[in-house]
Structure formats: structure tokens, C-alpha cells
Design a protein around this ligand. Structure first.
Ligand code: DGL
Length: 265
């Protein structure tokens, strides 16, 4: 394994680019390949076995492309499949999980909200984390059903998105949460509209920055941080198995000179 090999990142679709941005920001000398399995989005409503087999398929594609580490930029895939991936493949995996811990530690109202997919909220890993950190806290859980589909269609702030969010956010408003944990990598794209629709006192947390820090630390521990920085910075690559237009827009690929392509995987 050479440290000049790429960091592979996958998600059920375009949402994990919110995590990619943090990774690229922290590790600009690393080559990154992002795989958007938009054809199979959303994962959040699928049976566990299917989430596992899609995660294996994405992993193998990234391994074929030479990945030295894989970031599972999807809470649903992490909470349901990362254990198996770590058992089955020899390279390191970084996962993303809802940031319950900082919310539970800092809440003043002792009531926090979590917005995530059904797949994440019903996973064993999530309930273990929630039991561990938020035992004495009221955790208001809301399934963000329908949000991923709209984001995949590029609708970050459409009338449909607003009316869906007004409905989904109601339990958070009624219960007066002071922290909202975003438990899906698609949702950071909704932060501007969430800030507008929720009370000003609600702090919104996502896990992107923590995932980037963890990626750096694990690369470092395994002597896999890219050292040949004398060359031109590598061009990030984004691959989608549907029309890559939304992926291109969210990453501002044209302006930044990133490579975006379609591949049937
Ligand atoms: N972006 C994903 C997550 O973090 C998956 C959403 C979905 O495909 O349902 O959970």
C-alpha cells in the first residue's frame, strides 16, 4: 500500500459530499475519489442485508480504484454495515455516526433532537450510543423521510422541501430542543433552511469535521498520509451511477476544475 493512493469515499448519493468537503479542506494534498450510489438512494428505508450488500459493492469499486482507506460517508451504511466491512476487508474504514455525545453533554434543556433515516435510528449501533451518552436526556427522534429524495433531486430549498420540513420539525419545536443532531450526511445541505425554521437558540451539529479529523489521524497512524507534496495538488474525482448534474452542482465542480463522471456500478 502506498501513501499516494486515493482516499475512497462513498455514500448512498450526493449527501456525503458534505463530508468530502471537510476531508478535502483538512487534507488538500490527498487524492480523493467519491462514489455516489444515487441509483440506490435512499438506503435509509432498505433492509439491513441490502444496506450491507450495497456497502460491499461500493467498497469493492473503491478498492478496484486503488483506495488506501475508505470513508463511509453515510450514517445509514455506517450504523448497519461498517462492522462487517471491517471484518471482511483489510484496509481501514472510517464511519460517520450521529454526534449524540456533544449534544447530550452540552444541552441545558436536557432535550435534544435527532434527525436521521429510519435505518440509522433503528440500528443497534445507534441505540447503543444513544443509551450510553443520552441515558438521562430526552432524545426526540425524527425520521427524515422524503428529505434524501428531494436533496438527490437538487431541491435544497424548494416549496416541497419547506413544507416537508415544517411537518418534520414540529416535534422538535413542541419539545423545545436546544440541540439538533443531523444524523444523515445529506442534511448539512439543509442547515441554512433549518436555521431559519427552528428557534435561534437551537444549536445544529453534524459530524463532518470529526470524520475528517479521524480520517487524518488513522492515515497518520498507518503511515498513509500522502507525503509527495512537491507535485501538483491532485484533482478530486466524483463518480455517480445516475445523471451527475446534482453532484456537479453541489461540489461546484466546474468552477473548481474537479472531475465528475458517470459510471454504471
Ligand atoms: N446520506 C445517508 C446517511 O447519512 C443516507 C441517506 C439514505 O440514503 O437514506 O444516512
Amino acid at each position: 500500500m502506498s501513501n499516494s493512493q486515493p482516499i475512497g469515499i462513498f455514500d448512498s448519493g450526493v449527501g456525503g459530499t458534505s463530508i468530502w468537503k471537510e476531508i478535502h479542506g483538512l487534507l488538500p494534498n490527498e487524492k480523493t475519489i467519491y462514489l455516489a450510489d444515487s441509483k440506490n438512494a435512499p438506503y435509509g428505508e432498505k433492509p439491513i442485508e441490502e444496506i450491507k450488500s450495497l456497502s460491499r459493492k461500493n467498497t469493492e469499486k473503491l478498492l478496484d480504484m486503488g483506495a488506501k482507506i475508505i470513508v463511509v460517508a453515510c450514517n445509514t451504511a455506517t450504523t448497519n454495515a461498517i462492522k462487517d466491512l471491517r471484518n471482511e476487508y483489510a484496509i481501514p474504514f472510517i464511519g460517520i455516526e450521529p454526534a449524540i455525545k456533544p449534544a447530550a453533554l452540552n444541552t441545558k434543556t436536557k432535550t435534544i433532537g435527532i434527525l436521521a433515516t429510519r435505518g440509522t435510528l433503528t440500528s443497534t449501533l445507534f441505540s447503543q450510543t444513544s443509551d450510553f451518552y443520552a441515558r438521562n436526556i430526552n432524545v426526540v427522534e425524527v425520521e427524515g423521510r422524503g428529505l434524501v429524495e428531494l436533496i438527490e433531486a437538487g431541491e435544497l430549498d424548494s416549496p416541497q422541501m419547506r413544507s416537508l420540513l415544517l411537518k418534520l420539525l414540529e416535534p422538535f419545536l413542541v419539545n423545545k430542543i436546544d440541540y439538533l443532531v443531523l444524523g444523515c450526511s445529506h442534511y448539512p445541505y439543509l442547515i441554512p433552511i433549518l436555521e431559519e425554521l427552528l428557534s435561534k437558540d437551537v444549536v445544529i451539529i453534524d459530524s463532518g469535521e470529526a470524520v475528517a479529523r479521524q480520517t487524518k489521524s488513522i492515515l497518520n497512524k498507518n503511515n498513509l498520509l500522502r507525503t509527495d507534496t512537491t507535485y501538483q495538488k491532485p484533482i478530486p474525482e466524483f463518480i455517480s451511477n445516475t445523471d451527475p448534474k446534482v453532484l456537479e452542482n453541489l461540489t461546484e465542480a466546474v468552477q473548481n476544475g474537479y472531475k465528475v463522471s458517470y459510471l454504471d456500478f
